[in-house]
Design a protein around this ligand. Structure first.
Ligand code: ADP
Ligand code: MG
Length: 138
């Protein structure tokens, strides 16, 4: 049984020209793209997306970062999509990310860490619906 996860290629990685390299790594790792777009979060969108982190000290910086320039959003499908994608992207802090992971290769810092991946099947569904209408998903 396959499942989905929600990927974002964050503003730092888009600004640094890594869209193609990251998508190539994702698809060659067995993920199927079920939705994909270039979009930009408003500050309000970023506050809603990261609502669980609203009490954290880094929250204002996170909202400013995630809304400062365009992102790629994508729904990815694979068996064990959530956990396999978390393994592919590596630890939140790129200095702790395993060699060859997306954050090891393309992230700048713990704050500007190149990609987002959902942390549960439930949140993957919520986050996919956050970014995509039914007509944008396949
Ligand atoms: P992940 O993206 O690995 O699931 P979290 O859900 O804990 O990580 O945090 C969400 C995002 O908030 C991170 O990807 C990163 O952009 C930012 N962030 C997390 N922890 C910190 C921190 N200690 N300092 C600055 N930014 C952080
Ligand atoms: Mg998270």
């Amino acid at each position: 049984m396959s499942s989905i996860t929600l990927m974002m290629i964050k503003p730092d990685a888009v600004e640094n020209g890594y869209i193609g390299k990251i998508i190539e790594k994702v698809t060659s790792s067995g993920f199927k793209i079920r939705a994909l777009k270039l979009t930009q979060l408003s500050k309000y969108d970023a506050q809603r997306f990261y609502y669980v982190h609203r009490e954290r000290s880094f929250f204002p910086d996170l909202v400013n970062f995630m809304s400062r320039s365009p992102i790629i959003a994508a729904v990815l499908e694979k068996k064990n999509a959530v956990s396999d994608f978390r393994n592919l992207i590596g630890s939140t802090n790129p200095v702790e990310a395993d060699e060859g992971t997306i954050r090891n290769l393309y992230a700048s810092s713990i704050a500007e860490n190149a990609v987002h991946g959902s942390d549960s099947d439930k949140n993957a569904k919520i986050e996919a619906s956050f970014h995509f209408s039914g007509r944008e998903r396949f």
